[in-house]
Design a protein. Structure first.
Length: 521
């Protein structure tokens, strides 16, 4: 393919900023391109590199902005024009926070994981990585570069059930990538870089239709292609916005969000809706409800459920007359929660949204109680979450927190199981055994989480001026993981009986630790 032009877009909307083209101008450009040049898929370029079909055009979109669905896809679909979407995985369901220090660039919503998956099902859109959290690859260590490339690749492959072979460097200037970044990307599993092979072949596309007579800018990329030619306005590149999350925090949040996006409905059904005799998560919710009852709060008290999951606790709080709100890092869980609450007598309820425990989007002193069950243990550390919860609490407000008990044999066996099941032969044997005993072959995948020593966690809370009021242990089983899943009926019955130890010394056997603490004045 001797003559190749790769046309890059970011946003297509009525917003005016340096990286946005209007819907009218976009339609004119696409009509011009379609009437003048063959449009090919980016992923096919390397396979066609030895052919000379004249000038060919590839169309790409960086950042996965939600306006692609509304303004770009319909125009492309009219002519069956393929395109490639480059996704910063940790920002799915969020916004372009890396641009927040650049006033000239407007905040824009980024599509959710579910929207991305539906988009790919059209057959017109291919997906590549745009790192985890839109970092400048050139400024990172080799380890951080590998994290950005490998984690985003794995997340997209899990979400789409398809190989990811394309990578686009954020910011796209020549100094944003190097031979070092190319080596790291190859080690992360992307095909060999062919940028140098395509560099001398790329030709500029005459911009007949751009309303502002945009300039052409070279932008480096990696994968089964090498060079993109971007239509940009004549303006200086924006300064690099430093994202608050470092690569490791973004890795954790991105993987967690993707995991719960994929299983939101199943999670709700298995842990809350199923009519089993004992569910640790339903038991945990019952303890949380009892703790709130012990506070004797007035009707209308404001309660925030961080990590609200499918919304069952928020629904209960609303039914008790409290002013409740919920956030969750998973777009899928937020959708499940909204559906649960609206179908249960609150049709106009809207106080549930995607959110991050380390960046709570609420004013200081907004809530009387903040609940975070099964959330803090998935953060890189406790500090940011505890500070944020303290900030949004009223004076003498309360937190209710759930962490994993490090000393429970359930936790110890679960951690061992996570290591053992990585061995393919053992994993297959466990699946066969499970299928033979309980007619189920699926082994549950559990996201990695930190564990806590209960007494030490109590002491750590005091460092942030939280003073323990009461606690409950929960999640009991007579058998360790994964044997508990092989004999579920027996383990559920005995586990329910063992809940009587929840506030007694033998409670330390429970896998979960739930604590309520009061904020100091």
């Amino acid at each position: 393919m001797a003559n190749l032009t790769i046309v890059m877009y970011h946003s297509v909307s009525a917003t005016v900023d340096p990286y946005t083209v209007s819907p009218q101008a976009f339609r004119q450009q696409i009509e011009f391109i379609a009437n003048t040049y063959p449009v090919v898929r980016l992923k096919d370029v390397s396979r066609q590199a030895q052919r000379d079909d004249g000038r060919n055009v590839v169309i790409t979109f960086d950042d996965a902005f939600a306006d692609f669905l509304e303004s770009a896809l319909p125009v492309l679909a009219e002519r069956s024009i393929p395109s490639t979407l480059f996704v910063p995985t940790a920002h799915l369901g969020g916004w372009n926070s890396w641009d927040r220090e650049t006033p000239a660039i407007a905040p824009k919503r980024i599509m959710s994981t579910q929207e991305m998956c539906r988009l790919c099902a059209t057959g017109l859109v291919d997906v590549g990585s745009h790192t985890v959290d839109h970092r400048n690859m050139r400024g990172l260590s080799s380890i951080d570069m590998h994290t950005q490339a490998a984690v985003s690749k794995r997340f997209l492959e899990d979400a789409l059930d398809a190989p990811i072979e394309m990578f686009s460097y954020p910011y796209g200037q020549r100094d944003n990538f190097s031979s070092g970044t190319s080596k790291v990307l190859s080690e992360a599993g992307y095909p060999a870089d062919v940028a140098e092979n395509l560099l001398h072949r790329a030709r500029r596309l005459v911009d007949h239709s751009r309303q502002d007579r945009g300039a052409l800018r070279l932008a480096g990329c990696q994968g089964s292609f090498g060079l993109r030619v971007a239509i940009e306005r004549r303006s200086a590149a924006p300064p690099l916005g430093e994202d608050a999350m470092n690569a490791e925090r973004a890795l954790i949040k991105g993987e967690l969000s993707g995991f719960y996006d994929r299983i939101a409905r199943e999670y709700h059904q298995v842990h809350y809706l199923a009519t089993t005799s004992y569910s640790p998560l339903k038991q945990r919710q019952r303890y949380i409800e009892e703790m709130i009852d012990e506070l004797h709060l007035p009707r209308g008290a404001r309660i925030l459920d961080v990590g609200c999951g499918p919304g069952e606790l928020v629904l209960h709080l609303l039914q008790q007359g409290y002013e409740a709100a919920g956030i969750d890092i998973s777009d899928g869980m937020v959708s499940e929660a909204a559906a649960t609450i609206r179908a249960s007598g609150f049709p106009n309820f809207a106080a549930v949204s995607v959110g991050d425990i380390e960046k709570l989007a609420f004013e200081d002193g907004a809530f009387d109680v903040v609940i975070a069950s099964g959330v803090i243990e998935y953060q890189k550390d406790d500090r940011e979450a505890l500070l944020e919860m303290r900030r949004v609490l009223t004076r003498n407000g309360h937190v209710i927190l759930n962490v994993t008990n490090r000393y429970s044999y359930i936790t110890l066996s679960e951690n061992l199981y996570k290591r053992v099941k990585k061995v393919r032969v053992i994993r297959r044997a466990l699946a066969v055994l499970r299928r033979w005993i309980v007619q189920e072959g699926q082994l549950t995948e559990i996201p990695n989480n930190r564990t806590h020593a209960p007494r030490q966690f109590d002491r750590d809370l005091r460092k942030y001026d939280f003073h323990k009021v009461t606690h409950n242990f929960f999640r009991f089983s007579p058998l360790p993981v994964p044997l508990d899943s092989l004999f579920p009926a027996t383990c559920r019955a005995i586990g329910r009986w063992m809940e009587r130890f929840s506030r007694r010394p033998l409670g330390i056997l429970g896998g979960g630790y739930l604590v309520m603490a009061r904020k100091g004045s």
